[in-house]
Write a protein that binds this ligand. Sequence first.
Ligand code: NAP
Length: 403
Amino acid sequence: MFRLEKIYRFKNSSGSIMLSFWLSHVHSKPTQITNENFNMQTYGAEHDKSLGIPGEDLENILSARRFVGWYNGQPGDENLNPDLSTDTVAVLGQGNVALDVARVLLAPIDYLKSTDITAHALEALSKSQVKRVMLIGRRGPVQAAFTIKELREMLKMEGCKSVFQQDDFKGVQEFLPSVARPRKRLTELLAQAALDPKAEWLEAWKTAERSFEPIFYRSPAAFLPSSSKAGTVGAIKLAVTELHGEMSETQGVKNTGAFEDVKCGLVLRSIGYKGLPADPDIPFDSKSGVVINSKGKVKGLPGVYCGGWLGTGPVGVIVNTMGNAFELGRLIEGDIKDGTINATTARPGYMEAAKILDNKGVQTVSFKDWEKIDQEEQNRGKAIDKPREKIISVSEMLKVAAN
Ligand code: NAP
């Protein structure tokens, strides 16, 4: 997990041998595949979606993606400085990213100290005034986008109670027998937490000082300014929604025409990620943020492939992305075997790229170099009883790599 996370962090840096480097320094165009037998676009979905509603430019409305970057050590997000002086945070969206940020905001500081969270986030969270995190979704419990493992961890978090509106669960239990796993197990757990919590949860929730509050059937309509802190968000105007059609995971949503305002001092927008185009020659669907492809083959560009969230959209957990990578590998193997890709001539590939980078005086990071950084982070962590202390500055990473 650490390795994947670390590689992810490298991807954006100007000092890596990963794709961003490749695109900007090695090829004038990523579609130019003269030095390779084929080209694979796998740079993920780095952008996040916005809501496009009034007031979205108020202060203290942040993207959950950047908040995750802030506590995870993504270079560039270290100065995010989320305002944690408020007691109420609204997280918009009900996916795993939303649940992840809620967990970090609500977790006991002693627990966070034992993780590899960044030092600056730990410092800020140790002074946090946040007591209540609302997780606001436009649809119902049957359509929640988070997964059961993450919910389970939230429900048993020390010092935090879960608060549900029982009315949101009307008809859910009757619907359960017709639902397939894993949705069935997730919905059962949600319904249990809302309608019939385990005795051990209730006991723990009695003394909890913080609360996790999933709110269903509410869609953000506007952000309202704070009356006490000029220029910052003070509340969200929520449209009350209802679902149409038969109860199902994919039910559509519409506004009822009713609205309500909820107060909050910080908003984390967590409504999904979006990929960006790297080259105008690569067919790209700007609406969904994916390269237009058929099972990984980029449309109209033989020898160019795409994979991961750039090809599938930002869906699925790590195991799904791994499955996608294996499929892509098999696809390319098949294309080599049947001659779709000309692999009979050896091409310089990475060696040529390394030469170009070297001539430009750009420091590259080999896997061995990366291991040095990894080890240094672990050493720094050991000294303060953490699994690792992350290096945030890219220039510092490069210095360690060069040693
Ligand atoms: P996600 O799972 O797609 O969830 C997005 C959420 O935002 C949904 O609740 C969605 O509601 C809502 N939403 C989207 N557009 C909206 C709008 N205009 N107004 C109001 N709500 C809106 O996205 P994510 O949380 O960013 O996660 C991305 C992927 O990474 C997921 O597959 C997730 O499981 C995975 N991930 C996994 C982990 C983990 O394994 N721990 C951690 C992080 C992320 P609707 O359903 O109504 O559209």
